[in-house]
Design a protein around this ligand. Structure first.
Ligand code: GLC
Length: 411
């Protein structure tokens, strides 16, 4: 698809998914399936809005931080209004009722917000907007550092308490924790609601959640995104002459990167794995999460192995329409997705966006261009869908899906 046509189609999707109220503005992921505001989605939307309407980009992020928790956490969802239609309401019935408050959730999501604010600032040079966003951002990243690093194992890496915090809800990595094989979607949904009930019982007190040890994961993708966004936040602090703060965030990023390379790398299979529980046990599953360190300045041998042995391997990730969320070689790999089955094999554009940028940063330009070309074909064949079959480019899950328009930022 021609870049100009991609842009026009993307604008139509974003404009069609706007949700505007008296005190909020956001772009929902998809009007039929996901009507609320999600954290990483909104950050991606803001990045894409900079190409069409920077005011919308700012409004999206301002609404995202409006319901920040008192301790600094940004919720993974803001419920500005109730949803309509059966599928979105099902989600609310199952999970919405479990949150102690009605307008926001009690878990967070991958912290893309540093990169989003940086992108919006680069496009607008609006120092008022930057000043308005800096405080909520600092509170959020300080909360991540304190609650998800220091109070858990203090090795520099941040832990997640629930799979949805990665944004990769049903990735087979989690199967190694819950061990569910039959009636997968139903039973994993019940398992998740059980976790939340237990957290509610202890009033989301992190020390008690740590004792429960139901789901404590240092996920590779979440930590890489954390590191990249600490670096963006450090740049934003420098811009407003908060050099000391900038140094603190840079140092946290560096400590986390060293810990990631030490703890999550497996020298035998030459891959990065998420680790779990207080024992830091490997979760041995080859998924797109383990490719995320291509975005960082890691050891060259590790980088080469990630790209050449895994990403470009036709038995794992180098399929006709890359990059599948799960390696083809995994027992859990399924090329088809659906509204209920997410992150078990199909290709997603936000993970592609990260990996493509990582490849470009490290000079793997040909592979990056090939992925971008394939993304254009996927959109040509199926439009902006939530997920794509990595063999056929057939679209699965939500239609007119907002963050798939990230392709615009890669053209
Ligand atoms: C699904 C995705 C998640 C996304 C949400 C809204 O739950 O797994 O990444 O944030 O939908 O689009």
């Amino acid at each position: 698809m021609d870049p100009k046509d991609v842009r026009e189609a993307a604008r139509t999707v974003l404009e069609g998914n706007r949700v505007i109220g008296d005190n909020f503005f956001y772009t929902c992921p998809s009007t039929g399936t996901y009507q609320h505001q999600w954290l990483w989605d909104s950050c991606f939307h803001a990045i894409i809005w900079t190409y069409f309407d920077s005011e919308n980009a700012k409004r999206e992020l301002i609404s995202m931080v409006a319901n920040q928790h008192e301790n600094g956490m940004l919720p993974h969802m803001n419920y500005w209004k109730s949803s309509s239609g059966l599928i979105p309401r099902l989600g609310d019935w199952l999970f919405g009722r479990l949150w102690p408050e009605k307008n926001r959730s009690y878990i967070t999501q991958a912290p893309v917000i540093g990169q989003a604010v940086e992108a919006v600032f680069k496009a607008t040079h609006d120092r008022n907007f930057l000043a308005q966003m800096l405080k909520p951002l600092q509170r959020y990243f300080d909360w991540l550092h304190l609650e998800r690093n220091e109070k858990i194992s203090s090795d520099g890496l941040v832990s997640i308490l629930h799979p949805w915090e990665t944004g990769m809800d049903l990735l087979p990595i989690w199967d190694h924790i819950h061990g569910i094989k039959r009636l997968f979607t139903l039973r994993s949904g019940l398992w998740l609601s059980k976790i939340i009930k237990q957290y509610n019982k202890v009033d989301w007190d992190i020390e008690k959640i740590k004792e429960l040890d139901l789901f404590l994961v240092k996920d590779v993708s979440f930590n890489v995104i954390y590191i990249l966004n600490l670096l963006s936040l450090a740049n934003l602090c420098d811009l407003l002459d908060q050099k000391e703060k900038g140094r603190t965030y840079r140092s946290r990023a560096n400590i986390a990167k060293i810990a990631l390379e030490e703890k999550c790398w497996d020298d035998e299979t030459k891959f990065f794995y998420s680790i779990h529980s207080l024992k830091d046990t490997f979760l041995p599953e080859i998924t797109v999460s383990g490719l995320f360190p291509t975005c960082l300045d890691i050891n060259q041998k590790k980088l080469d192995a990630l790209v050449k042995d895994h990403l470009l391997n036709e038995d794992e990730f180098w399929l006709p329409y890359p990059i599948p969320s799960v390696a083809k070689s995994s027992l859990h790999f399924k090329a088809e997705g659906s509204s209920m089955v997410l992150w078990r094999g199909p290709t997603w554009f936000n993970t592609n966006w990260y990996i493509v940028k990582g490849l470009q940063k490290h000079g793997f330009n040909e592979s990056a261009s090939e992925i971008i070309q394939k993304m254009r074909e996927m959109v040509e064949i199926s439009g902006f869908r939530e997920q794509y079959n990595p063999f056929t480019a057939k679209g699965h899950g939500a239609k007119n899906f907002s963050f798939s328009t990230l392709l615009v930022d890669l053209l």
